[in-house]
Design a protein around this ligand. Structure first.
Ligand SMILES: NC(=O)c1ccc[n+]([C@@H]2O[C@H](COP(=O)([O-])OP(=O)(O)OC[C@H]3O[C@@H](n4cnc5c(N)ncnc54)[C@H](O)[C@@H]3O)[C@@H](O)[C@H]2O)c1
Length: 359
């Protein structure tokens, strides 16, 4: 099989964790005999510095010609002037929109070894295994904006079709897991949320009667994510609520560096990135945790390349590394980014498929 992957390292720790992604992909490509083409391109602040544009046309073109994209992170203090006309984040938002990547899957699973790294008590963390499906190309991040000293506006808009397609994807995911979905909105205040609620009720009743769907207001959901996180399975929500709730959920696992994400459209093409930002406070120190990025690579193998075994091998290797404390300092370990990446690669063969006897 021939596979074309675009690497967008971006800014801050983005290039550091992307290097580890590249090495992991190469290792698995060798194992499975993939004919692999990987090309790097500019995005974010690095692209502003070189081309004056956070998403140069050449980058977009390279992405369009690939089977999957791996993205590090964009942004940083150098480009954070609020009066600047071009900002790194614009590159990321445009990329998602241009490529029609409307569903962002963010799994959160807590390894028992990391209970101590979380600010929550262990009894709250036991059994946490949830996925947030965040709508990615609508809502207030993309609506009409007015920016001034005396008045500012971010309009939040959603169409029925935008809601339908992401709810259907989340419902299918819920059906493949425990059969439970939670839709999170602010239907007591926001018109867009009432559209979300109406469309979701219709879809669930007509197409997914076997999936149990609960509805929660976002303020209550923020509270329950901390007080009973193990009660959630699949969550579906709009763009900004999903952005905030998944950062909150990252605290369940103790570090921003742990969580992966997949941004998907209607086909198999996807963009894969850890949920963390460019972490300017640790950039260049060689201590960034690469596990969120490497788990994103696992999601790429599963969703874009249909190589489920490769995905499970990566997840298992990450699990083994955490179990044996082969981790970066944010998780209480003492490995560098490069050493942590190497540790994951060295454990790829430790995967034992479910149902295979061992002893
Ligand atoms: N998708 C993206 O590219 C993305 C997402 C969020 C923020 N950002 C941008 O990143 C910049 C910094 O944002 P921020 O500080 O709010 O969020 P951040 O995620 O970069 O960092 C938050 C905290 O988590 C730590 N952290 C993050 N990733 C880590 C990792 N892999 N290993 C160890 N520790 C890690 C950082 O050191 C920091 O203390 C801003 O310019 C922001 O706009 C980009």
């Amino acid at each position: 099989m021939s596979v074309r992957i675009t690497l967008l390292p971006g800014d801050g720790i983005g290039p550091e964790v992307t290097t580890q992604a590249k090495m992991l992909i190469s290792a698995l490509a060798d194992d499975y005999g993939l004919s692999l083409e990987m090309e790097s391109a500019l995005v974010g602040g690095a692209a502003i510095d070189e081309k004056g544009d956070p998403l140069p046309a050449k980058t977009l073109d390279t992405c369009r010609r690939s089977d999957a994209i791996i993205l590090g992170a964009v942004g940083g203090p150098k480009w954070s002037d609020p009066n600047a006309l071009v900002r790194p984040e614009q590159g990321l938002l445009k990329l998602r929109k241009e490529l029609g990547l409307y569903a962002n899957l963010r799994p959160v699973r807590v390894h028992p070894k990391l209970f101590a790294a979380s600010p929550l008590k262990p009894e709250y963390l036991d059994g946490v295994d949830l996925v947030v499906v965040r709508e990615l190309t609508g809502g207030s991040y993309f609506g009409e904006k007015v920016e001034g000293d005396k008045f500012a506006m971010d309009s939040c808009t959603y169409t029925r079709e935008e809601v339908e397609r992401v709810v259907v994807r989340a419902a299918h995911l819920a059906r493949s897991r425990s059969g439970r979905l939670t839709m999170i909105d602010k239907a007591n205040v926001m018109a867009t949320s009432r559209l979300w609620r109406k469309v979701t009720v219709e879809i669930m009743e007509s197409q997914f009667p076997d999936v149990k769907c609960d509805y929660l207001l976002v303020d209550a959901a923020a509270m329950f994510l901390m007080s009973k996180p193990a009660s959630f399975d699949v969550i579906v929500t709009e763009n900004m609520f999903g952005d905030i709730l998944t950062d909150e959920a990252s605290m369940l696992v103790g570090s921003m560096g742990m969580l992966p994400s997949a941004s998907l459209g209607s086909g198999s093409f996807g963009l894969y990135e850890p949920i963390h930002g460019s972490a300017p406070d640790i950039a260049g120190k060689g201590i960034a945790n690469p596990l969120g990025m490497l788990a994103s690579v696992a999601m790429m193998f599963e969703h874009s390349l249909d190589m489920v075994e490769a995905a499970r091998r990566i997840e298992s290797a990450i699990h083994q590394c955490i179990s044996s404390n082969e981790c970066t300092p944010d998780l209480g370990g003492n490995l560098s980014t490069g050493q942590a990446g190497a540790a994951v690669r060295s454990r790829l063969d430790g995967y034992i498929p479910t149902g295979v006897a061992h002893g």
